[in-house]
Design a binder for this molecule. Structure first.
Ligand code: ZN
Length: 171
């Protein structure tokens, strides 16, 4: 398995709206393995396919302390949401920044698992927040979109400057 390169804000490819996964096969499962490896290595608690420039509706998450509760959500759809929770969120695509974001505390979400079986999951707290954050990625949305325009521009400028200093090409 190989570690994948994570796109970083303000890369325009992060704004792509992902399309549904049509077949759950061994090739997809191999990609899921790479997503987990990339997420655990980063380290992060969730990763959407969009973040590695694959625009399919697929995300992985593991919010457990021991990193032994992996979740794979293929073509996720939120059926119900309620409650409110505010979390200091970060994102592997916006490295080094953490800001408070308000989201539903509980979601009921429908998806296909890695075998293509239909699953309905009730998620609360951090797992619910993580899934909502990753599902935003599949729609081309980032947590910085919930912040003020001024704050988002500040983060964008700082990240672009850091990348220039590293000699990277800023797209
Ligand atoms: Zn993210």
């Amino acid at each position: 398995m190989a570690k994948l390169k994570i796109l970083e804000f303000p890369d325009a490819r992060l704004r792509t709206k992902a399309t549904p996964v049509e077949v759950v096969d061994d090739a997809l499962r191999a990609f899921i393995g790479e997503l987990f490896e990339t997420m655990y290595d980063a380290p992060g608690i969730g990763l959407a396919a969009t973040q590695v420039d694959v625009h399919k509706r697929l995300l992985v998450a593991d919010v457990s302390v021991d990193k032994d509760e992996p979740h794979v959500l293929i073509n996720p759809e939120i059926l119900e949401k309620d409650g409110v929770t505010v979390t200091d969120e970060g994102c592997l695509s916006v490295p080094g920044y953490y800001e408070e974001v308000e989201r539903a505390e509980h979601i009921k979400v429908h998806f296909l698992d890695r075998d293509g079986a239909e699953v309905e999951l009730d998620a609360h707290g951090l797992l619910a927040v993580c899934i909502q954050h990753e599902m935003d990625h599949l729609d081309g949305k980032l947590f910085v979109d919930y912040l003020s325009e001024a704050k988002r521009q500040r983060i964008r400028k700082k990240l672009e400057k850091e990348r220039r200093q590293q000699g990277a090409v800023v797209a």
